[in-house]
Design a protein around this ligand. Structure first.
Ligand SMILES: NC(=O)c1ccc[n+]([C@@H]2O[C@H](COP(=O)([O-])OP(=O)(O)OC[C@H]3O[C@@H](n4cnc5c(N)ncnc54)[C@H](OP(=O)(O)O)[C@@H]3O)[C@@H](O)[C@H]2O)c1
Length: 98
């Protein structure tokens, strides 16, 4: 698998992130029609305490997506999951043994 996260299969961590996506959608729905935007950010693999500073990205790089989402215009997106490249499907795994 080319995705570096494929080598880990952390049940509690992954489940908590799935719950976070559900909560993001629930809050976004609650605030639809207002200027309040609720989105989730994926910072990429970042060198922090979480991974013993093994990630290739710096915290300052990772912060960019959070800042972008925190400063959206009133007509910006809501209920999405974003990284630097844009909206990211959070359940798009199509694995194959071949
Ligand atoms: N690093 C990555 O590659 C990466 C990739 C994708 C997503 N993320 C996500 O980004 C978020 C931040 O991760 P990180 O890499 O910055 O991890 P980190 O370096 O381990 O920092 C975690 C932060 O959470 C705080 N914290 C932990 N338990 C807490 C609690 N019970 N109550 C309040 N604060 C608590 C810690 O506070 P103290 O410093 O006071 O302990 C610390 O500030 C996490 O949700 C993680 O899943 C990280």
């Amino acid at each position: 698998m080319s995705d570096p996260s494929f080598s880990t299969n952390l049940l509690a961590y992954g489940s908590s992130k799935t719950a976070l996506n559900a909560i993001t959608l629930a809050f976004a729905k609650e605030f639809l029609g207002t200027s309040i935007k609720i989105n989730a950010a994926n910072p990429g693999y970042v060198a922090t305490d979480l991974n013993g500073h093994s990630g290739p990205r710096r915290v300052a790089e990772a912060a960019a997506i959070a800042i972008r989402l925190a400063t959206l215009d009133a007509d910006g997106p809501t209920g999405g999951f974003f990284n630097d490249a844009g909206v990211k499907p959070w359940c798009a795994a199509r694995w194959s043994e071949t």
